[in-house]
Design a protein around this ligand. Structure first.
Ligand SMILES: [Zn+2]
Length: 324
């Protein structure tokens, strides 16, 4: 039996989850690509191409790529860009999907420390058993080592839940400097038991900074989405492999996570996207000197077993994954 695959970085959207400012920006960018096209002509056609409200398309693509479980990451864009209603709805949506498809989705909660009452809302959700982990996006405009954020980490560390931070280049309209993983160094040092997942491991410019944070705590993991796309050329694939190999040699395979940054709307990522990325991981070199070859056990750890351990889940022969 092959070990289950867990995709630790996906977005599953319903209408209204992402803010108007984001769709405005995408419409402007797309309109600019064709002479004579105006943003308002395409603005309202973009969101429907990204949503997958009932999760059916995500499940279909997971089945095709033999992915047992996906981590859904709702984004709290913060009080300046998004209403509190919208993020509550996105978080509830992820939870509902995890219940509709038992064992297939881990529902993370998008949180912005700047919102009043964040800690109480989060604590209540954790107590109700609704939280599989947190998705935090400092690039939306907050300092990762701010007092309000540190209070959240303390609660999450105690609850034993993983936290995925977006690190690396942010979505357009967000703050690039705040997305540098180096800002997480004081977090890793102050919360040695916090399960920190460095989303995108600083891609494309901050790999070294991500490694500095990984060096600081044994509970930091490098989540490798974005380093590899389905259409990556030979040069990009080599860089992805070099980083994976370097991290395995420095920190051990236990510190790496497979993630795809999948978005399951019909206008993004393509039907074969997930399959192509999973296949690349399954095809990591197993022959050659120990510095460059991976064992099957290491590949299994990266593709899913590390994530399951942090999520407090274990594998069963019958249905892939279940609660411990
Ligand atoms: Zn993402």
């Amino acid at each position: 039996m092959t070990a289950p695959v867990v995709d630790t970085h996906t977005h599953l959207l319903a209408a209204g989850h992402w803010p108007a400012a984001w769709w405005d920006r995408v419409a402007e960018d797309w309109a600019a690509m064709e002479p004579g096209r105006r943003p308002e002509q395409i603005r309202d056609r973009i969101e429907p191409g990204l949503v997958d409200e009932d999760g059916a398309r995500m499940i279909e693509r997971m089945d095709r790529a033999d992915v047992a479980m996906s981590v859904i990451l709702p984004i709290d864009w913060g009080p300046d860009l998004q209403s509190a209603d919208a993020i509550a709805h996105a978080n509830d949506h992820a939870l509902a999907l995890s219940r509709t498809y038992p064992g297939r989705f881990a529902a993370f909660v998008g949180v912005d420390p700047r919102r009043p009452g964040t800690l109480d809302t989060l604590t209540a959700r954790i107590e109700r058993g609704e939280v599989h982990g947190l998705k935090l996006y400092p690039g939306c405009g907050w300092q990762p080592a701010s007092d309000a954020a540190m209070e959240i980490y303390a609660v999450v560390e105690k609850a034993g839940l993983p936290v995925l931070f977006h690190t690396g280049d942010p979505l357009p309209i967000l703050d690039r400097d705040l997305s540098n993983p180096i800002h997480l160094l004081p977090v890793a040092e102050s919360f040695p038991d916090l399960k920190i997942w460095l989303g995108h491991a600083g891609a494309p410019d901050w790999w070294d900074e991500a490694c500095v944070v990984a060096e600081a705590s044994a509970h930091v993991k490098l989540e490798m989405s974005v380093w590899l796309w389905d259409d990556s050329d030979e040069k990009a694939r080599k860089l992805w492999l070099r980083h994976l190999t370097e991290a395995r040699n420095r920190f051990g395979a236990e510190r790496l996570l497979f993630g795809s940054d999948h978005v399951s709307g019909h206008k993004v990522r393509g039907d074969a996207f997930l399959d192509t990325i999973v296949t690349a991981y399954r095809s990591l070199p197993v022959d050659g000197p120990p510095e460059t070859a991976f064992t099957q056990r290491e590949i299994d750890l990266i593709l899913g077993l590390n994530a399951l351990a942090d999520l407090g889940l274990e594998t069963t022969a019958a249905n892939g994954v279940s609660a411990k």
